[in-house]
Design a protein around this ligand. Structure first.
Ligand code: NAD
Length: 317
């Protein structure tokens, strides 16, 4: 069986050892559409990370293709609906530990609330100890608005309770046992935005959530609040956030994802004031890489055994 892996840098030997009888073609970088079609021409399995697009054209051009596995939670870079309609199985990593992204959310929130990156740069560049430009905000007793209370949203709520925060949430699906466990209400999106001191986004990117947080939504947020996005860039209108930061409506923002991560240089957020940006690194820990490799092996093995696990959830297609 021929399998093409793109963007695979870690645990290459682990994956090779798991499939000793198969032909593995491995790239440590993303492939463009035409390159992917060319190298995967007679492949049965394609496994990608987040920067290789498995488009309708890719799917239509590779008749031998039977399984697409993305080694990420998000799968908006795969034409999943089209693939499934053609009988191709599409799998992802359903969960490599939601706490990983949740911990990064608090890193971004604290970095923004306490102005950590600019304070750090100030001390190192100026070689002075002067706190006067780095007035911070506290988390305790503040309201955190969580948009999307799936695996990552729930892990964020658990941590928020440790900080002594009040939580309000919005989701199209209301998880009543989670709400009871952590004692938070589900409210309409407008109310979550209006009541929160900090808002954090944890929905998938779907046609319904594209620009869920646009200029109107941001105008509903409290003046002096902070917006965190570690979900998908397209959930947030970057220009609207830039305008809200420039006008001073928001205290700051913490961003781990952009609308077009292949061309970050064009993103309006890079020139916005009071923004902390990390390069989609929320998931990227030593421990996660090990778990992703193991889950990918498990997925491909289950497909080979005739009953694939970790299929993408059909409700989002
Ligand atoms: P999940 O599927 O467990 O939860 C998503 C939640 O969003 C669900 O509760 C769902 O009901 C809700 N939802 C769906 N559509 C909605 C809508 N229109 N309005 C409101 N809520 C809606 O997903 P997850 O594992 O918690 O991941 C959340 C997000 O984080 C995804 O976008 C994923 O791609 C992203 N992610 C980012 C990183 C990173 O490194 N930055 C890593 C992993 C996941």
């Amino acid at each position: 069986m021929k399998m093409v892996f793109t963007e695979l840098k870690e645990h290459v030997d682990l994956i090779r050892d798991a499939f000793p009888d198969d032909e593995l073609v491995i790239f440590d970088h993303p492939l463009e559409e035409e390159q992917l079609i060319d190298v995967a021409r007679d492949a049965e399995v394609i496994s990608v990370f987040i920067y290789t697009q498995v488009t309708e054209k890719v799917i239509d051009s590779i008749p031998s293709l039977k399984l697409v596995v993305t080694r990420s939670v998000g799968f908006d870079h795969i034409a999943s609906k089209h693939a499934i309609e053609k009988g191709i199985t599409v799998c992802h990593v359903p969960d490599y530990g939601a706490h990983v992204v949740a911990e990064h959310v608090f890193a971004l929130l604290l970095a923004s609330a306490r102005r950590i990156p600019s304070a750090d740069a100030f001390v190192k560049n100026e070689r002075r100890f002067d706190f006067s430009n780095f007035l911070g905000l506290e988390l305790r007793d503040k309201t955190l608005g969580v948009v999307g209370t799936g695996k990552i949203g729930a892990a964020v709520i658990e941590i928020a309770k440790g900080f002594g925060m009040r939580v309000v949430a919005y989701d199209v699906y209301q998880n009543k046992s989670l709400a009871a466990k952590y004692g938070f209400p589900y409210l309409p999106l407008e109310e979550v935005l209006g009541e929160s001191d900090f808002v954090t986004l944890h929905t998938p990117l779907t046609p319904d959530t594209h620009h869920l947080i646009d200029a109107t939504a941001i105008s509903r947020m409290k003046k002096g609040s902070i917006l965190i996005n570690a979900s998908r860039g397209g959930v947030l209108d970057s220009r609207a956030l830039r305008d809200a930061l420039t006008s001073g409506h928001l205290w700051g923002a913490g961003i781990d994802v952009l609308e077009d991560e292949a061309h970050p240089e064009k993103d309006p957020l890079l020139d916005s004031p009071r923004i902390v940006i990390t390069p989609h690194s929320a998931f990227y820990t030593k421990e996660v890489l090990q778990r992703i490799s193991q889950l990918t092996i498990e997925t491909v093995k289950s497909y080979k055994a005739g009953s694939p696990v970790n299929k993408v959830p059909s409700e989002y297609l």
